[in-house]
Write a protein that binds this ligand. Structure first.
Ligand SMILES: [Cu+2]
Length: 655
């Protein structure tokens, strides 16, 4: 379960407190289209205003229109790579709007002030937006059936009731997908700041947000409320930041330079932080590594067949947006005290630009471990070097969960994505107090008792990363390296050994070893057209960590957009418009035009411009220690150079 309150009052006050802090505000794209600061810069305040003005002027939007999404439409790769400072560039905005019960998808050309297209998409669902919250609350509280169900639970007034909006979910048996449906589940917030600690269990309303009515009410009976508050305190906000020491990196507009690395960053309302043009300087030459890296989805299916829970399978990027949900970061807690705090400008529900303060932080850290070292016992010599990393961090708070997303660059040429999960477990009210109760077996079949009358339901987290590697150019190949056991050699001292078999991946779609399921694999993205001084193709190898795959039964598949969780790795041909697992708007979209981006479509992927999609999956076996707030759990994936350099790139000079 998750709830988007990014634009709600509580976060607004947090933002206000942080506004007092000394922050470094980055320059943004100029409104003057004659020259563009950079084609990949986010939409500026002026550009966002002009989008809304244009739509209003042309009669396509009015005061009732809501804007679930306004984002930069990235130019074609060739245009970006060919652009030079001082030149103009295409500036276009992708817009998703809701007006009079219809979703519209549009494209605005900012340079010419022209609406390129504006298409009603009746079957397409837009993500959940801010006003849905108050609207859903109003609808359930006006419903007689819901009021009666609440009265049976002892509630006749609702001032201490908090109601969360959940996306309708993947199952469509409760009705057609076209209405704007949501599920509403509520909590008792009396006497606690943790508004999610005491679920009013066994009551879920299915609400039609367009028609303003409850379509269906699920009432599976009264469940006792947890006697505990689940309150975990409140951390005071810093009023002012002290002196910030000189950073060891530079931020110029949206360009970051650190040691040999450089990259551009941008906050996108849906994808969250996007890194582009990630390059590394090698012997006075700027070499391309990653054209674009972003998060494409976060799928969180819960594992409880109870009808109050069976529909809960979050698609946090599609339904809420990692940029929209990015919360202000607090120096000294979320980031080091001397981190550079960065703002971002995004449109609110009404299409007005809003500056989200300090939602990104950037810092160098000393890992307190050697980057490399050797102590030579024979000669008594020693050589070593401390390791530093550059971290760009953002923390979307998607309802219950806070996901710490770190893009990390290392001195040895590595790119790592660390994902920390913290926040509040989605908890279910149960009759069980202790594991000795008669109800225990039934109540804890699909979760762990974390407090009296509360079970944290088992679930998975599947993060999908979209990685457009362009190693030394756009034409790359993905190579599978398979560890194969060698026949045991004869003779004394013979032991088991392995060898490596390599093959190019030549098909789009899931990359997995259906034939050799028991063989361990490693993957390398290479440029087959270049060679290092040893004649090897420059490449980057994937060091994958935890990678759980979906255990959802095949006869009841995951919502289409969550189907990426069935493979650890996917490969597709590059397409500028293919940014998510599915080309639909949100999880509820079931229209026949929706299609999975990741399914192979026979395009060439060998020595071609390709995109790698990595599924970082982890099962969450909930623990009492997760309650009432989850100590951060980290998972990582790293891309390390393999044949990219001629030698260890962190040595000061060639030996
Ligand atoms: Cu979890």
């Amino acid at each position: 379960m998750r709830v988007n309150e990014t634009r709600s009052q509580s976060l607004r006050s947090l933002i206000k407190a942080l506004t007092e802090a000394v922050i470094i505000v980055c320059g943004s794209a100029s409104a003057n289209h004659a020259a563009t600061a950079h084609p990949l810069d986010p939409l500026s305040r002026t550009e966002l205003i002009s989008v809304r003005d244009l739509l209003t002027r042309t009669g396509l939007a009015d005061a009732t229109t809501r804007f679930p999404l306004i984002r930069l439409d990235e130019p074609e790769k060739a245009a970006v790579l060919g652009w030079r400072p001082g030149e103009s560039a295409d500036r276009k905005a992708v817009v998703i709007a809701r007006r009079a019960g219809t979703t519209y998808q549009g494209l605005i050309d900012l340079a010419s002030g022209r609406v390129e297209h504006w298409d009603p998409s009746p079957a397409a669902e837009a993500s959940v937006f801010g006003t849905d919250w108050s609207e859903a609350r109003r609808i359930v509280m006006a419903d007689k059936g819901w009021r009666n169900a609440m009265a049976r639970r002892g509630y006749v007034t609702y001032e201490h009731v908090f109601c969360a909006v959940l996306p309708f979910g993947g199952d469509t048996d409760a009705g057609p997908a076209s209405p704007r449906l949501a599920r509403v589940t509520c909590f008792d917030r009396q006497g606690t700041r943790n508004i999610r600690a005491r679920p009013i269990e066994g009551l879920v309303a299915t609400v039609d947000l367009d028609q303003g009515r409850v379509l269906d009410l699920l009432d599976t009976g009264v469940v006792p409320l947890s006697p505990e508050s689940g309150d975990f305190g409140q951390t005071p906000m810093p009023q002012r930041r002290g002196h910030i020491k000189q950073p060891k990196f530079s931020v110029l507009g949206h360009l970051v330079r650190w040691r040999d690395w450089s990259f551009r960053y941008r906050m996108d309302p849906r994808a969250g932080l996007i890194l582009s043009l990630v390059q590394i300087r090698d012997q006075e030459q700027e070499r391309q590594v990653l054209y674009r890296g972003s998060i494409a989805e976060m799928f969180v299916p819960y594992m409880d067949p109870d009808p109050n829970w069976s529909f809960r399978a979050a698609l946090d990027v599609a339904d809420f947006g990692f940029g929209n949900s990015a919360s202000p970061l607090v120096p000294g807690v979320d980031c080091p005290t001397d981190a550079t705090m960065l703002d971002a400008i995004m449109a609110d529900d009404r299409g007005h630009p809003v500056t989200a303060r300090s939602i990104i932080c950037l810092f160098e850290r000393d890992t307190s471990a050697p980057l490399w070292r050797h102590a030579e016992a024979i000669t008594g010599s020693y050589a070593g070097r401390p390791a530093h990393e550059l971290v760009m961090r953002t923390i979307p708070s998607v309802g219950t969960y806070d996901y710490i997303i770190d893009w990390v660059l290392t001195e040895s040429g590595g790119i790592r994505v660390d994902v920390g999960a913290t926040g509040i477990d989605a908890a279910k009210g149960v009759a069980t107090n202790r594991m000795t109760d008669a109800s225990m077996a039934r109540d804890t079949a699909h979760g762990t008792l974390v407090a009296p009358n509360l079970v944290a339901v088992f679930h998975d987290h599947f993060l999908l990363l979209r990685l457009d590697f362009d190693i030394d150019g756009q034409r790359n190949t993905l190579v599978r390296q398979r560890f194969v056991a060698l026949p045991a050699p004869e003779g004394r001292g013979a032991r088991a050994m392995w060898s490596l078999e390599e093959e190019n991946i030549s098909d789009e779609g899931p990359v997995r070893s259906s034939v050799h399921e028991d063989a361990e694999e490693s993957w390398r993205m290479i440029n087959p057209n270049r060679a290092n001084r040893l004649g090897q193709n420059p490449g980057y190898e994937l060091h994958t960590g935890h990678s759980a795959l979906t255990v959802l039964p095949k006869d009841r598949p995951a919502p289409l957009a969550g189907a990426f969780s069935t493979a650890p790795l996917w490969l597709t041909a590059y397409d500028r418009g293919e940014l998510y697992a599915m080309d639909s708007l949100a999880s509820q979209t079931q229209d026949e035009n929706s299609r999975s981006i990741l399914v192979g479509r026979g395009r060439p992927v060998e020595n071609a411009d390709i995109v790698l999609w990595y599924t970082m999956g982890f099962h969450h076996l909930t623990r009492p220690e997760d309650w009432p707030v989850l100590p951060t759990v980290w998972h990582s994936v790293e891309f390390v150079p393999s044949g990219f350099f001629d030698r260890n790139p962190s040595l000061p000079r060639a030996p």
